[in-house]
Design a protein around this ligand. Structure first.
Ligand SMILES: Nc1ncnc2c1ncn2[C@@H]1O[C@H](COP(=O)(O)OP(=O)(O)OP(=O)(O)O)[C@@H](O)[C@H]1O
Ligand SMILES: [Mg+2]
Length: 259
């Protein structure tokens, strides 16, 4: 396995600060790492330093990419004679909610997928939900009024704010049934090579179930306890771009290196 990190925008020989701790943890386990300039890549040029060894299995660890840009990274790494361990279709599977939703339907809040310009109130007219949790295919609204709409009429207001604060609606709009959850119980698990790992303690059966259904080399699984005590799946994310949350870099590096 060979790790690929973004370099510091102002110093191509240093890793971006956000990933410094992880790179140290990877290197401590003897895993080789390269850096590349994200800005240069966005402008159409890909150069890894040091060069990625031929035939290496590359794991990217960096900022979220749209599936289209990830596919470009896949081609660039391929052109350099290596390959990304996670294919672009596997990346899309965990990065975009509608892609994994059907496989995990009964484990996660019911969701309706809409286009940006849909008439949300009309699409949701049959759904008499206690509330509506609104996000795009990737993220919720964490600023301003937050992602919860009390009525179907309010859904459009959240969408406008997602557009305002995030620049665009990525993919489309997901409207999820508001469930009674205990947010303080949310925890992130990582699945590496089909094996689920907990930061500490045991992996709950729901995570094992997700791991058996979703085939991608490296992804995160967010689980929360509901008010009734059951466990619910909140979201998946591609492991290459998901936040470590409260995972220490050393533990994160250890599970990634085992895959
Ligand atoms: N359907 C829902 N019903 C009730 N609460 C929800 C629902 N969906 C999400 N939440 C709450 O909102 C939080 C953020 O949702 P989600 O993880 O889907 O968005 P996100 O933008 O990825 O946020 P983050 O970056 O914090 O992970 C969740 O941790 C959960 O507590
Ligand atoms: Mg989340």
């Amino acid at each position: 396995m060979h790790l690929l990190f973004p370099s510091d925008p102002f110093s191509s020989s240093s890793v971006d600060d956000a990933y410094a701790e992880e790179r140290e943890a990877m290197r401590a386990l003897g895993i080789e790492c390269s850096l590349f300039s994200f800005e240069e890549f966005e402008a159409g040029k890909f150069r890894a330093k040091p060069a990625i060894p031929a035939n290496a299995e590359v794991v990217y660890r960096g900022w979220m990419l749209t599936p289209e840009i990830y596919a470009r990274l896949e081609s660039a790494v391929g052109a350099a004679g290596s390959r990304l361990k996670t294919s672009s279709s596997q990346y899309r599977l965990c990065h975009y909610l509608p892609e994994w939703y059907e496989s995990c339907r009964e484990l996660t809040p019911e969701t309706v997928f809409c286009q940006r310009d849909s008439d949300f109130a009309a699409v949701l007219s049959e759904k008499n939900w206690p509330g509506y949790f609104v996000k795009d295919y990737v993220k919720s609204l964490t600023t301003a009024r937050g992602s919860v709409a009390a009525t179907v009429q309010e859904v459009a207001k959240v969408v406008i704010l997602i557009e305002k604060f995030r620049g665009q609606v990525e993919g489309g709009v997901c409207v999820r049934r508001l469930e009674s959850l205990r947010p303080e119980t949310e925890d992130r698990y990582f699945v590496v090579g089909g094996v689920a790992h907990a930061r500490n303690g045991v992996v709950p059966p729901i995570v094992q179930e997700v791991a058996s259904r979703i085939s991608s080399p490296f992804y995160s699984v967010d689980i929360v306890e509901a008010e009734d005590g059951s466990l619910r799946l909140i979201e998946l994310s591609d492991g290459q771009v998901s936040d470590r949350k409260n995972w220490p870099a050393s533990r994160f590096a250890e599970v990634l290196s085992e895959g």
